[in-house]
Design a protein around this ligand. Structure first.
Ligand code: NAD
Ligand code: TDX
Length: 357
C-alpha cells in the first residue's frame, strides 16, 4: 500500500509513521506536513534515509499540491492527522483552526474523491462530543456532537464533512475519535509534557481551575495500534472511538509527574481556568475492541513512567523546541538534500516551503 500521512511531523502522526514502518515494512509512506510551530522534522530524523518514506513540506489547503501527490505517488490510502490541535490556541485565535481543520480537510476530501482513493481515515477527537457530568456514561459513537471550543467545533465540522462524503458520494471514509494522548515527541504545550519539563526545571506547574477536570488518557502507541486496526480492518463509513480507559483528574496526573521527577507539591500553581473548560471526557471504545480485536495495552502508570524517562533521555529534542532552534533545524540539516525541482507542484512546494521557514 502507498500511504499519504498528513501531519506526520507532529506528535501522533510521527508515532504512527514509526509504528507503520515496523508493522508494515512493505508499505510506502509519503508524509505531507506544513511544519507549523507543532511540526518538527527532527522527530523524523531516524527515517531521513529510509527509502520507503518521503517527506513533503506542504499545506493540506493547497489543492494542486495534494492532487499532484495523490497522482504521482500512486496513493492508495490517506491517514489524515494534520490539524491545529491545541485548545488554548483555538481560544486565542480560532481562524487558523477553521482554515486547517475545516478547509484543509475539505480540500483533502475533494482531491481524494477525484483520485478515487481506496480508504480515507480521518483522525478525530473525543472533544467533539462535548463535556460529561461526573456520573454520565462514557461517550459512545452515537453520543450527540456538542463541541464547546473553537478547536472541537472545527474538528466536529471536519467530521461532518468526512461522513457527508460517505453518504453523498459513497466515498470510502473511516473516522476515529480518540481521547487524550501522551508519550514520546509530544509538543510541550500539552498538559503532560509541559508538566514534565517544568518539573525538570523546578518551574511552577500551572493547574487550571481546581485541577479536577477529568481526561481519559491513552498512550500514543495504543492510539497508533487502534488507527492501524481501523485503517486495515474497519468498516467503511463507520466511526470508531479509541480510548485508554484511564480517567483521571488533572491533579492526579500532575502529582504523579511530581513523584516521578522527585519534586514536591510546592511547585503546583492554581491559575485562572481555561474559558469554557470541558469538565470531563470519557470514551467507550467497546465497538473497536469487539469488532477489531484492538485493546489499549499500556497502563497509565507504566506509560507515565516511560514518558518521563523518554523526556529525561531525549533532552536534545525538547531543548531544540524550548530554544526555538527546531524551526530552522530542517534547513541546516537537509539543505543539501532539498529537491530543487522537477517542476512538479510537489517538488516545488517542497523546495519553496523549506527555504522560507
Ligand atoms: P500536533 O499539533 O502535534 O501535530 C499536527 C501536525 O499537523 C504538525 O506537524 C503540523 O505541522 C501539521 N499541520 C498543521 N497544519 C497543517 C496544514 N495546514 N497542512 C499540513 N500540515 C499541517 O497534533 P497531534 O497531537 O499529533 O494530533 C494529530 C491529530 O490527532 C489531530 O487531528 C488531532 O485533532 C487528533 N487528536 C489528537 C489528540 C491528542 O491528544 N493530541 C487526541 C485525539 C485526536
Ligand atoms: O498548563 C495546563 N494546565 C492545565 O491544567 C495545560 C496545558 C492544561 N491543563 C488542563 C486542561 C485540560 O483539562 O489539562 C487538561 C489537558 O489539557 P491539554 O493537554 O491542553 O489537552 P485537552 O485540552 O484535553 O485536549 C487534548 O486532548 C484531545 C489535545 O490537545 C487535543 O488535540 C485532543 O483532541
Amino acid at each position: 500500500m502507498n500511504l499519504l500521512v498528513t501531519g506526520g511531523a507532529g506528535f501522533i502522526g510521527a508515532n504512527f509513521v514509526y509504528s507503520q514502518r515496523q508493522q508494515h515494512p512493505q508499505d510506502r509512506i509519503v508524509i505531507l506536513d506544513a511544519l507549523t510551530y507543532a511540526g518538527n522534522l527532527s522527530t523524523l530524523d531516524a527515517l531521513s534515509t529510509d527509502p520507503a518514506v518521503r517527506f513533503v513540506r506542504g499545506d493540506i489547503c493547497d489543492a494542486a499540491l495534494v492532487a499532484a501527490l495523490l497522482r504521482d505517488e500512486h496513493i492508495d490510502a490517506i491517514v489524515h492527522f494534520a490539524a491545529e490541535s491545541h485548545v488554548d490556541r483555538s481560544i486565542l485565535g480560532p481562524m487558523d483552526f477553521v482554515r486547517t481543520n475545516v478547509v484543509g480537510t475539505a480540500t483533502l476530501l475533494e482531491a481524494a474523491r477525484a483520485a478515487k482513493i481506496a480508504r480515507f481515515l480521518h483522525v478525530s477527537t473525543d472533544e467533539v462530543y462535548g463535556s460529561l457530568e461526573p456520573n454520565d456514561p462514557a461517550f459512545s459513537e452515537t453520543h450527540p456532537i456538542q463541541p464547546r471550543s473553537p478547536y472541537s467545533a472545527s474538528k466536529a465540522a471536519s467530521d461532518h464533512l468526512v461522513l457527508s462524503y460517505f453518504h453523498t458520494y459513497g466515498f470510502p471514509v473511516l473516522l476515529t475519535r480518540c481521547s487524550n494522548n501522551y508519550g514520546p515527541y509530544q509538543f510541550p504545550e500539552k498538559l503532560i509534557p509541559l508538566m514534565v519539563l517544568n518539573a525538570f526545571a523546578n518551574q511552577p506547574l500551572p493547574v487550571y481551575g481546581d485541577g479536577m477536570n477529568v481526561r481519559d488518557w491513552i498512550h500514543v502507541s495504543d492510539h497508533c495500534a487502534g488507527l492501524d486496526a481501523v485503517l486495515r480492518r474497519g468498516r467503511i463509513g463507520e466511526v470508531y472511538n479509541l480510548g485508554g480507559m484511564a480517567e483521571r483528574p488533572n491533579l492526579d496526573i500532575v502529582r504523579a509527574i511530581l513523584a516521578l521527577t522527585g519534586r514536591d507539591e510546592s511547585l503546583i500553581r492554581y491559575v485562572t481556568d481555561r474559558p469554557g473548560h470541558d469538565r470531563r471526557y470519557a470514551i467507550d471504545c467497546s465497538k473497536a475492541m469487539n469488532e477489531l480485536g484492538w485493546t489499549p495495552r499500556v497502563s497509565l502508570e507504566q506509560g507515565l513512567r516511560d514518558t518521563v524517562r523518554w523526556y529525561r533521555e531525549n533532552e536534545a529534542w525538547w531543548q531544540r523546541i524550548r530554544s526555538g532552534e527546531y524551526r530552522t533545524w530542517f534547513e541546516r540539516n537537509y539543505a543539501a538534500r532539498l529537491d530543487t525541482g522537477s517542476g512538479s507542484p510537489a517538488a516545488t512546494a517542497k523546495h519553496s516551503g523549506a527555504s522560507c521557514a
